[in-house]
Ligand binder design. Structure first.
Ligand code: PLP
Length: 395
C-alpha cells in the first residue's frame, strides 16, 4: 500500500501507533517488565543484537509501551531516536553528561530554566566542567565566546520566565563550524511548534511533564537526537540507568494525541488574556513571543508555527505587598510551579537578577508569569481584573 506523507495534525494522532507496539488496539498497552525470558540461545542472541531497535531485551531498555512513544516523539521532533527520562530535569542532566567530560567547557544560555543553571554551577562544576553564560540575544556573537575546549552550546528558546527567543539556526551554524554539539530545551514549543533539527540542533529536549502529558499528573522527560549523536545519547543514558515507568509513558502517549487541539486553544486563550493585560495602565510590557515587545519576536515569526499558554508580563512598579495581594486570592489562576496542564497558573518571580549573570535585569519592575489554561478566557480576565483591584488596594 502506498503511503502518503501526513500533515502535522495527522502525525500527532498516528505517530508511533505501529501494530507491533499496539497489538491491534488504539493506545499501546502498558507492558511492565524487568526480566525478558528466551527459549533458546539464538533468541537471546537476536535480542542482544536488536536491543536498540524495538526488540524486547531487558526492562531497562523499555517495552513496547516505551518504543511506541519514543517513535512518536522522534517523528514529531524530526530526529532519529528518543531517550526517555523520569523528568525533564533528568533529560537535561543526562544529555549534558552524555556529551561533556572533565576539562570541557559549556556555553549555557543566560535565560535557562533555573535548575539547569544550578546543575551547571554545582554538579558539572564539581566534575571540572566549566560553564560560561551567554546573552540569549547574542546570535552570531556566540563565536567570540567559543574556547578551544567548548564542547556543547545549550539553548533554550524562548527562555524560562523572561521569554527571549533565540536565533537558533545562526548559533547552530556557528557551532557546526567549530564541531560543537548543540542541545536545545524545546519544551515551550513542544514537539509540534518548531522544527529543531531543520534549524541545525543536534539534540532536542522536552520536559514532557508540560504540554505532552498535558494534565499535570506525570513527570517525564525526552531527548531526541539526530543520526550522528543518537548512538552516544542512547548508550550514555543507558549507562546512567535512565529508565521510566510504562504507566507514566502510557499517560504521556495518551496526552500526546490531543496536543494539537490543546496547543491551539491555549494559544487563542493566552492571546486574548495577553491583549487585555497589554492595555492595562499598570503594565510596562508583555513578554510573549507573539508580541513585538518580546526580545526575539522576529525569530519567533520566522521559526515557530504556533504559540501556547505560557507568557510573562512586566509591571511598571509594585511593592511586595501589592504583588502578594495580586497573586493571593485568585479564583482560577492557581499559584504553583510548572505549566502545560489544562489549568491556569500564576507565578510572581522575584530575584530574576540573581539568576542572570550575562545580562542585566531591572529588578525595580516586577514580573508575573501566567500559564493560560483551557478555561473561558473571560473568566480568566475577570480573575485578573480583581487581582489588579487588590494590587491597588494594597499599594
Ligand atoms: C519544567 C521544565 C523543565 C524540567 O522539567 P521537569 O519534568 O519538571 O523536571 C525543563 N525545562 C523547562 C523549560 C521547563 O519548563
Amino acid at each position: 500500500m502506498k503511503e502518503f506523507p501526513p500533515k502535522l495534525a495527522t502525525q500527532i494522532v498516528s505517530a508511533g501507533r505501529d501494530k507491533k507496539f499496539t497489538q491491534g488496539v488504539i493506545n499501546p498497552p502498558v507492558v511492565r517488565a524487568s526480566t525478558v525470558v528466551f527459549d533458546t540461545l539464538d533468541e537471546m542472541q537476536f535480542a542482544i543484537k536488536n536491543k536498540t531497535n524495538g526488540t524486547l531485551f531487558y526492562g531497562r531498555r523499555g517495552t513496547s509501551t516505551h518504543f511506541a512513544f519514543q517513535q512518536a516523539i522522534s517523528e514529531l521532533e524530526g530526529g532519529v531516536g528518543t531517550a526517555l527520562y523520569p523528568s525533564g530535569a533528568a533529560a537535561i542532566s543526562a544529555a549534558l553528561l552524555s556529551f561533556l567530560k572533565s576539562g570541557d567547557h559549556l556555553l549555557m544560555v543566560d535565560s535557562a530554566y533555573e535548575p539547569t543553571r544550578a546543575l551547571c554551577d554545582n554538579l558539572l562544576a564539581g566534575f571540572g566542567i566549566s560553564t560560561s553564560y551567554y546573552d540569549p540575544m547574542i546570535g552570531a556573537g556566540i563565536s567570540e565566546l567559543i574556547q578551544p575546549n567548548t564542547k556543547v552550546i545549550f539553548l533554550e528558546s524562548p527562555g524560562s520566565i523572561t521569554m527571549e527567543v533565540q536565533d537558533v539556526p545562526n548559533i547552530c551554524q556557528i557551532a557546526q563550524q567549530h564541531g560543537i554539539i548543540t542541545l536545545l530545551d524545546n519544551t515551550w514549543a513542544s514537539p509540534i511548534n518548531c522544527r529543531p533539527f531543520d534549524m541545525g540542533v543536534d539534540v532536542s529536549i522536552q520536559a514532557a511533564t508540560k504540554y505532552i502529558v498535558g494534565h499535570s499528573d506525570v513527570m517525564l522527560g525526552t531527548a531526541t537526537a539526530n543520526e550522528k549523536h543518537w548512538p552516544k545519547l542512547r548508550e550514555q543514558s543507558y549507562l546512567m540507568g535512565q529508565t521510566t515507568s510504562p504507566d507514566d509513558v502510557y499517560l504521556a502517549a495518551r496526552g500526546l494525541r490531543t496536543l494539537g487541539v490543546r496547543m491551539a486553544q491555549h494559544e487563542k486563550n493566552a492571546l486574548e488574556v495577553a491583549l487585555w493585560i497589554q492595555a492595562r495602565a499598570e503594565v510596562d510590557h508583555i513578554r510573549h513571543p507573539m508580541f513585538d515587545t518580546c526580545p526575539g519576536h522576529e525569530f519567533f515569526k520566522r521559526d515557530f508555527s504556533g504559540a501556547n499558554g505560557l507568557f510573562s508580563f512586566v509591571l511598571k512598579q509594585g511593592t511586595p505587598q501589592a504583588l502578594k495581594a495580586f497573586v493571593e486570592g485568585m479564583q482560577h489562576f492557581k499559584m504553583g510551579f510548572s505549566w502545560g496542564g489544562f489549568e491556569s497558573l500564576i507565578l510572581s518571580v522575584p530575584g530574576i537578577d540573581k539568576i542572570r549573570t550575562a545580562t542585566a535585569w531591572d529588578k525595580s519592575k516586577p514580573l508575573l508569569r501566567l500559564h493560560v489554561g483551557l478555561e473561558d478566557p473571560q473568566d480568566l480576565i475577570a480573575d485578573l481584573d480583581r487581582a489588579f483591584a487588590r494590587y491597588h488596594q494594597a499599594e
